[in-house]
Design a protein around this ligand. Structure first.
Ligand code: ZN
Length: 162
């Protein structure tokens, strides 16, 4: 059980990178104290049930995210996911930048007379394009990685309110 620090019996959470996961009393699963995700530990190899090589699986969502302990931290063990996530992040950046660039360029080229009604509209449209696509990108990222944006938001609000 070397993935648990011997003092606190907890392990760093691979989802939020902030909380600690610990075994829940009387249950076979583990929970994070920050993002509240639930995990289960499974043997990596069926043939070696005593092996220390355990796989951490997310158990409270339909997500198939899994991690393997490297000795220091949980590393993403979903090879396909690691491979595609690099391309997905490039695609995601393009998804935000390309429509914004098109909207900005057209706002720049077809500059209306400053005193025309709705002269502000092309610039507004460029900004709205950026925000809209960024929002879509963030919500896809959140669904994909189960990243606990809400838990972070709650924690930010708590620290603001004192
Ligand atoms: Zn967590």
């Amino acid at each position: 059980m070397n993935y648990f620090s011997s003092r606190s019996q907890t392990s760093p959470c691979p989802v939020c990178m902030r909380g600690a996961i610990a075994e829940m009393p009387m249950m076979e699963s583990l929970a994070c104290n920050f993002c509240n995700h639930i995990f289960t530990l499974e043997n990596q190899l069926e043939s070696q049930p005593d092996s220390d090589r355990k796989i951490l699986k997310m158990a409270d969502t339909i997500s198939t995210l899994r991690w393997i302990w490297t000795g220091k931290r949980w590393e993403n063990a979903n090879a396909v996911q690691v491979y595609t996530s690099r391309w997905l992040s490039i695609l995601g950046i393009l998804l935000v930048l390309v429509p914004t660039a098109i909207a900005s360029i057209s706002a720049y080229i077809f500059q209306p007379e400053p005193d025309v009604p709705l002269a502000w509209f092309p610039k507004f449209w460029a900004i709205a394009t950026f925000c809209g696509h960024l929002f879509v990108l963030l919500s896809i990222t959140r669904d994909y990685t189960q990243f606990p944006i809400q838990a972070y938001w709650r924690s930010i609000k708590r620290s603001w309110l004192g």
